[in-house]
Design a binder for this molecule. Structure first.
Ligand code: NZQ
Ligand code: ZN
Length: 388
């Protein structure tokens, strides 16, 4: 196990009815609030009304910014920054899924940066402060509600970039699983794939002797795999919504990679390239790419895939090579995601090999990608070709 610091300043309010905590969270900061949300789902499922009731009780002045896109765009971030400045906002409240929260993070940082916020997203400039912001989560997937990561797309350049900052943790996040009951089947499944992928990215580390982390991760995967089919069969089941919601947060709030090298994350970079060019849902891209990354890497070193196959998918290793066990585990993962309704080939989104070189290029938004296996252009191309 490596040395580590465990630090997460986000106050998490979890459970049905926790929206009432918004009143006290508004505290002294929330006099002029920028309410950030997406395409309108919160107006249909009652979440908007519940939030507004709290804001009005507190006599906050509310400025609304709706229309944050799935795969949120730089242009929308800039619009939010302008609104914060012109309206003298003192707190941002993001109500939605990962896209809305990621957009709010970039706005909160960009308000205090004189230059172009893209400098921060591309890590050319370091932020020094941010406007306080909180979240009301409506979709279990990214973990953005309790981490300091944000992913923003510059659509003019077809670049989707992840960035992080110590100033990008939400001050508070309110997680009411009932707010996720209206998430449609496809987005529910994409969220499940995304959170499992976050665990898997971290599982593919090369740190010796990290049994606590390995078993935490196996436990999250097993728990999600137990709840997911039941939830997909009944999208209104509040207990399974709750399990999946907390699993999504736990999957990516820093806990699981404490003491390891942090894991691989190449599949995420490749998926971000796909979304940057084709604007596909993040979880859908991962369902396609991740098993192909695994089978590609298992050819050199199947050790962690074998461990996963045995611990999570119950594969019997007797009389089999490590590679055979690894491949059975990968197949079981693919089948599990398919059984929920997730795609397994890029053709599902109408993607063929026409722009493959561009996809390879867009995967390398960082100088180096991958850690379990460091990627080259050839290895990324191979993974994409397997995914067609
Ligand atoms: O826009 P609205 O109307 O809110 O509808 C959304 C959107 O269409 C809908 N939705 C959300 N809550 C709902 C609901 N529909 C009905 N009922 C509800 N309660 O779901 C659609 C997708 O929402 P989105 O926020 O885009 O999904 P998700 O949470 O999966 O976020 C995806 C984004 O997060 C990034 C992804 O790359 C992508 O841009 N990621 C962020 C990470 C982070 N910050 O840590 C890590 C991830 O790996 C990921 O890259
Ligand atoms: Zn993800």
């Amino acid at each position: 196990m490596q040395s580590f610091i465990q630090y997460n300043p986000t106050r998490l309010w979890f459970g049905e009815g926790q929206i009432k905590q918004l009143h006290q969270e508004l505290g002294n900061d929330g006099k002029r609030v920028l309410l950030v949300y997406g395409g309108g789902s919160i107006r249909q499922n009652g979440v908007y009304d519940a939030v507004m009731e709290q804001l009005h009780n507190r006599q906050a002045t509310v400025v609304e910014m709706s229309g944050v896109e799935p795969n949120p765009r730089l242009t929308t971030v800039k619009k939010g920054i302008e609104l914060c400045r012109s309206e003298q906002i003192d707190l941002i409240l993001a109500v939605g899924g990962g896209s809305v929260i990621d957009c709010a993070k970039a706005i909160s940082i960009g308000v205090y940066y004189e230059g172009d916020v893209w400098d921060i997203i591309t890590r050319k400039a370091e932020p020094t402060r941010s406007l306080p912001f909180g979240t009301v989560l409506t979709l279990a997937a990214t973990g953005s509600e309790m981490n300091n990561i944000s992913v923003i797309t510059n659509w003019d350049r077809n670049e989707k970039r992840g960035w992080s900052s110590p100033f990008a943790y939400p001050t508070f996040s309110i997680l009411d699983p009932a707010y996720t009951k209206s998430v449609p089947l496809d987005q529910t499944v994409y969220g499940i794939v995304d959170m499992m992928s976050h665990v898997l990215e971290q599982y593919f580390h090369r740190t010796e002797h990290a049994p606590m982390m390995d078993r935490f991760m196996e436990s999250v995967l097993l728990t999600v795999m137990e709840a997911a089919p039941k939830l997909v069969a009944n999208l209104e089941d509040i207990e399974h919504r709750a399990t999946i919601m907390y699993a999504g947060t736990t999957a990516f709030n820093g806990l699981l990679s404490s003491g390891t090298d942090g894991g691989d994350w190449a599949s995420h970079q490749i998926e971000h390239g796909l979304s940057a060019v084709y604007d596909i849902p993040h979880g859908g891209g991962l369902a396609i790419v991740f098993p192909n990354w695994m089978s590609h890497c298992a050819e050199d070193d199947p050790s962690r895939m074998k461990k996963l196959a045995m611990a999570v998918f119950g594969i019997d290793a007797t009389g089999k090579t490590d590679h055979e066990v690894a491949m059975e585990g990968i197949q079981a993962l693919r089948q599990f995601w398919n059984s929920l309704g997730a795609p397994s080939q890029l053709g599902y989104y109408g993607i063929d090999d026409q722009r493959i070189e561009e996809l390879v290029h867009k995967s390398f938004m960082k100088p180096s990608i991958g850690q379990y296996k460091i990627m080259t252009r050839d290895t990324v191309r191979d993974i994409l070709m397997r995914s067609l």
